[in-house]
Write a protein that binds this ligand. Sequence first.
Ligand code: SF4
Length: 262
Amino acid sequence: MSSLQAATALLEQSLRTRRTLLGRTRTGVTRESLARLSQTPAAQTSEISNPKSEMPRSARLVALNEAVRACRQCENLAASRTQTVFGTGNPQADLMFVGEAPGADEDKQGEPFVGRAGELLTRIIGAMGLSRGDVYIANVLKCRPDMEPGAPGNRPPAILEMQRCLPYLREQIAIIQPRVLVALGKTAMTGLTGADQSMSTLRGRWLTFENIPLLPTYHPSYLLRNGSNVEKRKVWEDMMLVMEKLGMPISEKQRGFFLSAS
Ligand code: SF4
Protein backbone atom coordinates (compact mmCIF):
# COMPACT_ATOMS: atom_id res chain seq x y z
CA MET A 1 0.00 0.00 0.00
CA SER A 2 1.45 3.39 -0.94
CA SER A 3 1.99 6.13 1.58
CA LEU A 4 -1.00 8.18 0.60
CA GLN A 5 -3.19 5.13 0.22
CA ALA A 6 -2.31 4.26 3.81
CA ALA A 7 -3.17 7.74 5.02
CA THR A 8 -6.40 7.72 3.00
CA ALA A 9 -7.32 4.30 4.37
CA LEU A 10 -6.86 5.64 7.88
CA LEU A 11 -9.06 8.60 7.11
CA GLU A 12 -11.78 6.38 5.73
CA GLN A 13 -11.60 4.10 8.75
CA SER A 14 -11.75 7.12 11.02
CA LEU A 15 -14.87 8.33 9.26
CA ARG A 16 -16.51 4.92 9.56
CA THR A 17 -15.67 4.88 13.27
CA ARG A 18 -17.15 8.32 13.75
CA ARG A 19 -20.33 7.39 11.93
CA THR A 20 -20.64 4.25 14.03
CA LEU A 21 -20.15 6.15 17.26
CA LEU A 22 -22.01 9.32 16.44
CA GLY A 23 -24.44 8.40 13.70
CA ARG A 24 -24.70 10.83 10.80
CA THR A 25 -22.48 13.73 11.68
CA ARG A 26 -20.78 16.57 9.91
CA THR A 27 -17.13 15.62 9.96
CA GLY A 28 -16.06 18.03 7.27
CA VAL A 29 -14.27 15.16 5.57
CA THR A 30 -15.74 14.07 2.26
CA ARG A 31 -14.71 11.87 -0.64
CA GLU A 32 -13.51 15.06 -2.30
CA SER A 33 -11.35 15.92 0.70
CA LEU A 34 -9.98 12.38 0.72
CA ALA A 35 -9.05 12.84 -2.92
CA ARG A 36 -7.33 16.13 -2.06
CA LEU A 37 -5.19 14.25 0.45
CA SER A 38 -2.99 13.07 -2.38
CA GLN A 39 -2.32 16.69 -3.35
CA THR A 40 -1.85 18.44 -0.01
CA PRO A 41 -1.05 15.87 2.64
CA ALA A 42 -0.19 18.29 5.44
CA ALA A 43 -3.57 19.95 5.29
CA GLN A 44 -5.58 16.78 4.94
CA THR A 45 -4.22 14.34 7.49
CA SER A 46 -5.94 15.68 10.59
CA GLU A 47 -8.27 12.69 10.77
CA ILE A 48 -5.28 10.42 11.35
CA SER A 49 -5.06 11.82 14.86
CA ASN A 50 -8.77 11.49 15.54
CA PRO A 51 -8.83 10.40 19.19
CA LYS A 52 -11.74 8.07 18.40
CA SER A 53 -9.64 6.17 15.87
CA GLU A 54 -9.33 2.49 16.68
CA MET A 55 -5.93 2.34 15.02
CA PRO A 56 -3.01 2.07 17.45
CA ARG A 57 -0.83 5.13 17.81
CA SER A 58 2.07 3.39 16.09
CA ALA A 59 -0.03 2.70 12.98
CA ARG A 60 -1.26 6.30 12.86
CA LEU A 61 2.32 7.51 13.15
CA VAL A 62 3.36 5.20 10.31
CA ALA A 63 0.58 6.62 8.13
CA LEU A 64 1.51 10.18 9.02
CA ASN A 65 5.17 9.43 8.31
CA GLU A 66 4.16 8.17 4.88
CA ALA A 67 2.36 11.44 4.22
CA VAL A 68 5.46 13.37 5.32
CA ARG A 69 7.68 11.30 3.05
CA ALA A 70 5.48 12.21 0.11
CA CYS A 71 5.38 15.92 1.00
CA ARG A 72 6.90 18.38 -1.45
CA GLN A 73 5.36 21.62 -0.18
CA CYS A 74 8.82 23.19 0.15
CA GLU A 75 10.15 22.45 -3.32
CA ASN A 76 13.73 23.40 -2.53
CA LEU A 77 13.87 21.27 0.61
CA ALA A 78 12.19 18.31 -1.07
CA ALA A 79 14.74 18.54 -3.88
CA SER A 80 17.78 18.78 -1.61
CA ARG A 81 16.84 16.34 1.19
CA THR A 82 18.29 12.84 1.37
CA GLN A 83 15.14 11.80 3.20
CA THR A 84 12.55 13.24 5.53
CA VAL A 85 13.21 12.99 9.27
CA PHE A 86 9.93 12.21 10.97
CA GLY A 87 10.69 11.41 14.61
CA THR A 88 11.68 8.54 16.84
CA GLY A 89 10.79 6.99 20.15
CA ASN A 90 7.88 5.60 22.07
CA PRO A 91 4.43 6.29 20.55
CA GLN A 92 3.05 6.12 24.12
CA ALA A 93 5.67 8.51 25.54
CA ASP A 94 4.75 10.83 28.41
CA LEU A 95 7.63 13.12 27.46
CA MET A 96 8.28 14.55 23.99
CA PHE A 97 11.27 16.66 22.97
CA VAL A 98 10.91 19.05 20.03
CA GLY A 99 13.86 20.49 18.15
CA GLU A 100 14.01 22.80 15.16
CA ALA A 101 15.10 20.84 12.07
CA PRO A 102 17.32 18.02 10.86
CA GLY A 103 20.98 18.80 10.22
CA ALA A 104 23.36 16.98 7.92
CA ASP A 105 23.72 13.94 10.22
CA GLU A 106 19.98 13.59 10.67
CA ASP A 107 19.34 14.02 6.95
CA LYS A 108 21.79 11.20 6.28
CA GLN A 109 20.46 8.81 8.94
CA GLY A 110 16.76 9.71 8.89
CA GLU A 111 16.59 10.16 12.66
CA PRO A 112 16.45 13.37 14.73
CA PHE A 113 19.26 14.29 17.14
CA VAL A 114 21.92 11.81 16.08
CA GLY A 115 24.97 14.13 15.84
CA ARG A 116 26.98 15.54 18.75
CA ALA A 117 23.99 17.51 20.02
CA GLY A 118 21.95 14.32 19.79
CA GLU A 119 24.50 12.41 21.85
CA LEU A 120 24.30 15.09 24.51
CA LEU A 121 20.50 14.96 24.48
CA THR A 122 20.74 11.18 24.93
CA ARG A 123 22.99 11.75 27.97
CA ILE A 124 20.54 14.30 29.41
CA ILE A 125 17.68 11.82 28.97
CA GLY A 126 19.84 9.15 30.63
CA ALA A 127 20.55 11.45 33.58
CA MET A 128 16.79 11.66 34.08
CA GLY A 129 16.72 7.88 34.42
CA LEU A 130 15.17 7.38 30.98
CA SER A 131 16.31 6.18 27.58
CA ARG A 132 15.57 7.49 24.08
CA GLY A 133 13.14 4.58 23.75
CA ASP A 134 11.10 5.93 26.66
CA VAL A 135 10.54 9.38 25.16
CA TYR A 136 9.62 10.73 21.72
CA ILE A 137 11.89 13.08 19.77
CA ALA A 138 10.86 15.14 16.74
CA ASN A 139 11.58 18.42 15.01
CA VAL A 140 9.29 21.20 13.86
CA LEU A 141 10.70 20.84 10.34
CA LYS A 142 10.84 17.39 8.76
CA CYS A 143 13.36 18.21 6.01
CA ARG A 144 16.89 19.55 6.33
CA PRO A 145 17.02 23.27 5.44
CA ASP A 146 18.85 23.44 2.13
CA MET A 147 22.35 24.90 1.83
CA GLU A 148 24.48 26.36 -0.93
CA PRO A 149 26.44 23.52 -2.57
CA GLY A 150 29.59 22.90 -0.57
CA ALA A 151 28.57 25.24 2.28
CA PRO A 152 29.53 23.85 5.70
CA GLY A 153 27.21 23.35 8.66
CA ASN A 154 23.46 23.76 8.81
CA ARG A 155 21.14 26.72 8.56
CA PRO A 156 18.18 27.38 10.85
CA PRO A 157 14.75 26.87 9.29
CA ALA A 158 12.87 29.91 8.02
CA ILE A 159 9.64 30.91 9.75
CA LEU A 160 7.62 30.16 6.61
CA GLU A 161 9.18 26.70 6.34
CA MET A 162 8.25 25.94 9.94
CA GLN A 163 4.72 27.26 9.47
CA ARG A 164 4.27 24.97 6.46
CA CYS A 165 5.53 21.92 8.33
CA LEU A 166 3.97 22.55 11.75
CA PRO A 167 0.71 20.69 10.95
CA TYR A 168 2.70 17.44 10.83
CA LEU A 169 4.14 18.06 14.29
CA ARG A 170 0.69 18.97 15.59
CA GLU A 171 -0.56 15.63 14.29
CA GLN A 172 2.33 13.78 15.92
CA ILE A 173 1.59 15.44 19.24
CA ALA A 174 -2.13 14.73 18.90
CA ILE A 175 -1.41 11.05 18.24
CA ILE A 176 1.22 10.58 20.96
CA GLN A 177 -0.60 12.72 23.55
CA PRO A 178 2.50 13.34 25.69
CA ARG A 179 1.97 14.71 29.19
CA VAL A 180 4.88 17.12 28.82
CA LEU A 181 6.58 18.82 25.86
CA VAL A 182 10.11 20.21 25.98
CA ALA A 183 11.13 22.71 23.29
CA LEU A 184 14.86 22.61 22.61
CA GLY A 185 16.10 26.07 21.69
CA LYS A 186 14.67 29.38 20.58
CA THR A 187 14.03 28.36 16.96
CA ALA A 188 11.93 25.39 18.05
CA MET A 189 10.00 27.68 20.40
CA THR A 190 9.41 30.17 17.61
CA GLY A 191 8.26 27.39 15.29
CA LEU A 192 5.92 25.95 17.90
CA THR A 193 4.43 29.06 19.45
CA GLY A 194 5.63 32.12 17.53
CA ALA A 195 7.50 33.32 20.64
CA ASP A 196 10.56 35.34 19.74
CA GLN A 197 12.00 36.16 23.16
CA SER A 198 15.49 34.97 23.99
CA MET A 199 15.86 31.53 25.50
CA SER A 200 17.38 33.07 28.63
CA THR A 201 13.99 34.77 29.13
CA LEU A 202 11.84 31.79 28.15
CA ARG A 203 13.60 28.83 29.73
CA GLY A 204 12.47 27.29 32.97
CA ARG A 205 8.92 28.67 32.81
CA TRP A 206 5.91 26.54 31.98
CA LEU A 207 3.79 27.43 28.98
CA THR A 208 1.22 25.34 27.15
CA PHE A 209 0.91 24.06 23.60
CA GLU A 210 -2.42 22.50 22.62
CA ASN A 211 -3.22 22.36 26.36
CA ILE A 212 -0.07 20.31 27.06
CA PRO A 213 2.51 21.72 29.51
CA LEU A 214 5.46 23.02 27.47
CA LEU A 215 8.85 23.81 28.94
CA PRO A 216 11.44 25.68 26.84
CA THR A 217 15.09 25.01 27.49
CA TYR A 218 18.41 25.49 25.73
CA HIS A 219 19.24 23.39 22.67
CA PRO A 220 21.98 20.83 23.44
CA SER A 221 24.18 22.48 20.80
CA TYR A 222 24.20 25.59 23.03
CA LEU A 223 25.71 23.49 25.79
CA LEU A 224 28.29 22.16 23.34
CA ARG A 225 29.30 25.77 22.59
CA ASN A 226 29.07 26.94 26.21
CA GLY A 227 29.82 23.93 28.36
CA SER A 228 30.16 25.62 31.75
CA ASN A 229 28.49 23.91 34.67
CA VAL A 230 26.44 27.08 35.22
CA GLU A 231 24.69 26.63 31.87
CA LYS A 232 24.48 22.84 32.23
CA ARG A 233 22.84 23.36 35.63
CA LYS A 234 20.16 25.60 34.07
CA VAL A 235 19.20 22.85 31.63
CA TRP A 236 19.34 20.27 34.38
CA GLU A 237 17.06 22.38 36.60
CA ASP A 238 14.63 22.51 33.67
CA MET A 239 14.80 18.71 33.39
CA MET A 240 14.09 18.39 37.12
CA LEU A 241 11.00 20.56 36.60
CA VAL A 242 9.95 18.10 33.90
CA MET A 243 10.60 15.13 36.21
CA GLU A 244 8.52 16.75 38.96
CA LYS A 245 5.70 17.45 36.51
CA LEU A 246 5.75 13.79 35.46
CA GLY A 247 5.86 12.58 39.07
CA MET A 248 9.27 10.98 38.60
CA PRO A 249 11.44 10.46 41.68
CA ILE A 250 14.55 12.66 41.91
CA SER A 251 17.44 11.32 43.97
CA GLU A 252 19.75 13.46 46.09
CA LYS A 253 22.52 12.62 43.64
CA GLN A 254 20.42 13.90 40.74
CA ARG A 255 19.57 17.08 42.67
CA GLY A 256 23.29 17.77 43.01
CA PHE A 257 24.25 17.48 39.33
CA PHE A 258 26.34 20.42 37.96
CA LEU A 259 26.32 22.39 41.21
CA SER A 260 30.03 23.21 41.08
CA ALA A 261 30.69 26.46 39.24
CA SER A 262 33.36 25.24 36.78
S1 SF4 B 1 9.78 20.73 5.41
FE1 SF4 B 1 7.79 19.84 5.93
S2 SF4 B 1 6.30 20.97 4.68
FE2 SF4 B 1 8.36 21.32 3.77
S3 SF4 B 1 8.59 19.68 2.21
FE3 SF4 B 1 9.50 18.89 4.12
S4 SF4 B 1 7.82 17.75 5.08
FE4 SF4 B 1 6.88 19.08 3.54
